[in-house]
Design a protein around this ligand. Structure first.
Ligand SMILES: [Zn+2]
Length: 464
């Protein structure tokens, strides 16, 4: 049976009540339909559309954006390209440049006050303040709906989020509360997940019965541990679990599927550019968002096969980002998915380069190898913090089975996987620190970033 809120939400989101949202929901719907069409286009056609999008953006930026006009004068940015691969010659844009010269990126065509302020999480440094046009906000909302739809969510149906963020959780305005109610989202703050908080979340979600539960991997895992420890079988979500914003290991996926009894979908996106990639029901990899973004991958010296994720927003004309370096990287091939969608799939997405343990010989260790720390009876939570001199402290929230033997076992195993090149020490904690946006990064490395090598375009990777 469908409840009142869901009926109302569906009516608003599907345009039955068209006056709500001042045309915003209508734009979101239009963009969502465009996503729906784009995903089934053949890959070659998608590339043509992306080339058109990139050229539209280049011409706009060279004419109206001070930063890009200067690059154009210096011969670093063309106003038009003949093939998408040519874009790889343009220097990448770092978050640091945006933080330092933000106002230089605003187009002169934008009226003062016409842009919406946004802020990125600042997982690994200073938060980024940036702006988007109302149209870009609609595109990003559509991205989110599109990603959720791949996990079986229909617009207007109840959805719950396990996010925790100090700055996100300022008291909402009346309008925000109304929008949240009408979009049928139950937001659960998870920056403190003690027993009382978990109980409260379970009570709210048992009542709302969300179709989809979206959350940080660590928050979903904490919720799963809470439920499993008490032998509780939740009646939510009805369709699927979406794990986002943090790496998802195969064993975490198994745990979530076991406890919630639903499929788990991995999602990758950022606040700056929106949805970048999302798994479909085939679970063979994450489909790139080939509609509103043009995504390239660049090799990184000293990181083996890993390639950095470089994103151009095709829809943002107010404060455009061309070849923005997300700081994350992928491993493995870019390929086609058997589901038939034209959006290619990528395999493992890894967190920022700083979220990997670095070895003095140039190699890196991804969070997955810390499987020894995933024995939940011994280790509730962990975080490995590496200093600039490569030594690392392993912060552990001990579980009931933690003891000296386990500590020795952990140290021996870590010593083995890092070939004895990293010195580890264990520190027991009551809680592992989160980023300002509430994420638990399993590894934080303060070893300086490696030097970048020459870029390699998407097409070359596909051909390889
Ligand atoms: Zn697929």
């Amino acid at each position: 049976m469908v409840d009142m809120r869901t009926m109302l939400s569906r009516a608003v989101m599907n345009g039955v009540i068209s006056r709500v949202g001042r045309g915003f929901t209508a734009q979101v719907r239009r963009e969502l339909r465009a996503f729906g069409r784009a995903q089934w286009r053949p890959y070659a056609q998608l590339r043509e559309l992306q080339l058109e999008g990139v050229n539209r953006l280049l011409s706009h930026c060279v004419r109206t954006v001070p930063y890009y006009r200067r690059m154009h004068v210096q011969g670093l940015l063309p106003d038009r390209i003949g093939r998408l691969e040519e874009l790889s010659q343009v220097p990448t844009l770092s978050k640091e440049t945006l933080v330092a010269q933000g106002e230089e990126f605003v187009s002169s065509t934008v009226a003062p006050g016409a842009l919406l302020p946004r802020r990125s999480g600042g997982s690994t440094g200073e938060p980024l303040h940036f702006f988007i046009t109302p149209h870009a906000a609609a595109v990003m909302a559509a991205c989110e709906h599109y990603g959720n739809s791949l996990a079986g969510h229909c617009v207007g149906d109840p959805i719950a989020t396990l996010w925790g963020s100090r700055f996100d959780n300022a008291p909402p305005t009346f309008r925000q509360r109304a929008a949240r109610y009408l979009s049928n989202i139950t937001q659960c703050v998870v920056d403190r997940m003690d027993e009382a908080v978990c109980r409260d979340i379970v009570r709210r979600l048992e009542r709302q019965k969300p179709t989809v539960l979206v959350g940080y991997t660590a928050a979903l895992m904490e919720m799963a541990a809470f439920l499993e420890d008490r032998g509780l079988r939740p009646n939510f979500p009805k369709r699927s679990v979406i794990s986002a914003a943090e790496p998802l290991t195969p064993s975490q996926r198994q745990t979530l599927e076991r406890v919630f009894g639903r499929s788990v979908f991995n999602r990758y996106g950022t606040r700056e550019v929106g949805l970048v990639a999302m798994e479909c029901s085939y679970h063979r990899g994450l489909h790139l968002n080939g509609h509103s973004l043009y995504v390239e991958f660049e090799p990184v010296a000293g990181l083996g096969d890993a390639r950095r994720v470089i994103v151009t927003k095709l829809f943002e004309m107010g404060m455009p980002f061309i070849r923005y370096d997300l700081g994350d990287y992928i491993l493995g091939d870019v390929s086609a998915c058997p589901c038939g969608r034209g959006f290619p799939i990528i395999q493992a997405v890894r967190g920022r380069v700083v979220s990997n343990l670095r070895l003095p010989n140039g190699a890196f260790i991804a969070p997955e190898v810390f499987i020894v720390l995933l024995d939940r009876q011994s280790v509730r939570e962990y975080r490995v913090v590496q200093a600039a001199d490569y030594s690392a402290r392993v912060e552990i929230v001990p579980g009931p089975h933690w003891d000296d033997t386990m500590a020795q076992h952990v140290l021996r195993t870590l010593h083995g996987v890092t070939l004895g090149l990293v010195e580890f020490r264990i520190e027991l904690r009551e809680r592992v620190e989160r980023t300002p946006s509430g994420k638990l990064l399993p590894i934080v490395s303060h070893v300086p970033s490696p030097v970048e090598t020459a870029p390699l375009a998407w097409e070359a990777i596909r051909a390889a």
